[in-house]
Design a binder for this molecule. Structure first.
Ligand SMILES: [Zn+2]
Length: 477
């Protein structure tokens, strides 16, 4: 699976052990943790060197693993805008707030920065098949870049993955498998397994920080606020600043890194602030809560070394921040990304940020992929045809719908058969039965199970979904 690759030097993100490996996704031989590429010696880089190359991740190739130019797989990632956020800043009491808008990446998330590097290396190593377990954005991104490279992908997702992310994976041609456990994957011998802690993926993620500094003409902001899932992106920001210092582009890194997690699940930030870890009681709101804290120690070290800290925000604050960001700055972010905006508010209140601090808030991914969140901040106009994923509305379960559900609970049935079972008791048209069925479908309580041809006519069979069965059981006989 490695083609003719050279061994590279890696360093454990947890215990700092070093090793050489030609593995694509190596684990620490001592503690089993994820490994990063060992810091390399970086020679001096002139500021003018960047003027000659177009914006994007590969502008910073002096800081990235070597890939020959004809092997680079790019969809135009990076080069995202650093936007002054005056209206949002006004609301939050921050006079010099900027947003690094990562929703503009090709698949809508900052992970594209990593995928271009990882998939380019995979192509160079003649990897034919990549596989990964993902909470969403990573799978969508890898699927797109692998499609461009002609590499097959097998993506394993949990049952609660955001629908739009799943649609992306399928559209890009991935083979998608649903697994029940978050990390329920076995290593597949024929495919290179990519984890969210993949060192090459992480190398590409350094470029968020490179671009922020480049766009600020190499002056450092006072603070960068970034959502924390695995802790990798934040860890690589610190590393990026150290590399820029080595290259002579900036002085000693003085920019505070502030990491953000949700109160419901804060394995990194919670440890840092020495708060008790609360158990997750509700359905996760963001991808962050589904992420394994692979870079826990490295991320805590990065925050502390930078003079920064971690912030925990509530689910409610994240939903409000999503709406505020969209309404003040025209940026529609997913909840994980909006957590950074929620953190700005809290950090201001706690005195972690001063009014005149120059603050960059990294908005890591688009809100258009997260139907659950859309339903929580936006109510569509009444007459709009309901699209299954984007309209979440309470359904009035009247007696007819309940009868239909009870009929379906006895086994899949077709529309006409359901009508007959009802019409014995009361007058109802078949059209009305189909309308009720369609509303049950929209509410996710029923679905079409199969189509049969009977005497030259199609019969569509309906059955209850799991949610439908649960509701019916909860209602009792
Ligand atoms: Zn280790």
């Amino acid at each position: 699976m490695n083609g003719d690759s050279e061994p590279r030097a890696f360093e454990c993100a947890d215990c700092s052990s070093r090793t050489e490996s030609d593995d694509f996704d190596p684990r620490c031989p001592r503690c089993g943790s994820a490994m990063l590429l060992s810091p390399r010696r970086i020679g001096r880089v002139a500021r003018s060197d960047f003027d000659r190359v177009p914006p994007g991740v590969w502008r910073f190739r002096a800081f990235l693993p070597d890939v020959s130019a004809d092997m680079v797989v790019t969809l135009g990632e990076g080069g995202t805008p650093l936007l002054p956020a005056r209206r949002l800043g006004g609301e939050l009491g921050l006079d010099d707030l900027m947003i690094k808008d990562e929703t503009m990446n090709p698949t809508g998330s900052f992970i594209d920065r990593g995928s271009t590097v990882l998939v380019s290396l995979a192509k160079e190593r003649r990897v034919r098949r990549l596989s990964c377990v993902t909470t969403g954005n990573l799978g969508a991104s890898l699927a797109a870049y692998s499609a461009k490279a002609g590499i097959e992908t097998v993506i394993r997702i949990g049952p609660s993955v955001d629908r739009a992310k799943l649609y992306q994976m399928i559209a890009y041609g991935s083979k998608v498998e649903v697994v029940s456990g978050a990390s329920g994957a076995g290593r597949e011998s024929s495919a290179a397994l990519v984890s969210a802690g993949n060192p090459f993926l992480l190398e590409g993620e350094k470029t968020t920080a490179f671009e922020i500094l480049h766009d600020l003409e190499w002056s450092q902001p006072d603070a960068v606020v970034v959502p924390v899932g695995t802790g990798g992106h934040l860890t690589m920001m610190r590393r990026a600043l150290l590399e820029l210092q080595q290259a002579g582009l900036i002085g000693e890194p003085g920019c505070r890194l502030i990491g953000v997690q949700l109160e419901a699940s804060a394995p990194i930030v919670g440890d840092m602030r020495r708060r008790r870890r609360p158990r997750t009681l509700q359905e996760p709101l963001t991808e962050l809560e589904g992420s394994e804290p692979i870079f826990r120690r490295a991320a805590i070290r990065s925050m502390e070394d930078s003079g920064g800290t971690g912030v925990q925000v509530s689910t409610k604050a994240v939903i409000q921040a999503m709406s505020l960001l969209a309404k003040t700055e025209g940026i529609f972010a997913e909840p994980a990304a909006a957590s950074a905006v929620a953190a700005l508010k809290l950090a201001r209140e706690e005195g972690l940020l001063a009014r005149d601090d120059r603050v960059v808030c990294v908005v890591t991914g688009t809100g258009l992929k997260d139907a659950k969140a859309i339903g929580r901040i936006a109510r569509p106009p009444r007459r709009l045809a309901p699209a299954e994923d984007f309209v979440i509305r309470p359904l009035d379960l009247g007696p007819t719908k309940l009868r239909l559900m009870r009929a379906m609970a006895r086994g899949p049935s077709f529309g006409y058969g359901l009508w007959k079972s009802l019409s014995e008791e009361r007058r109802i048209t078949t059209a009305s039965v189909y309308q009720h069925l369609s509303e049950l479908e929209d509410a996710g309580l029923a679905r079409r199970s199969r189509v049969e041809v009977f005497r030259g006519r199609e019969r569509v069979f309906y059955e209850l979904t799991r949610k439908g069965s649960e509701i019916l059981n909860a209602l009792g006989p």
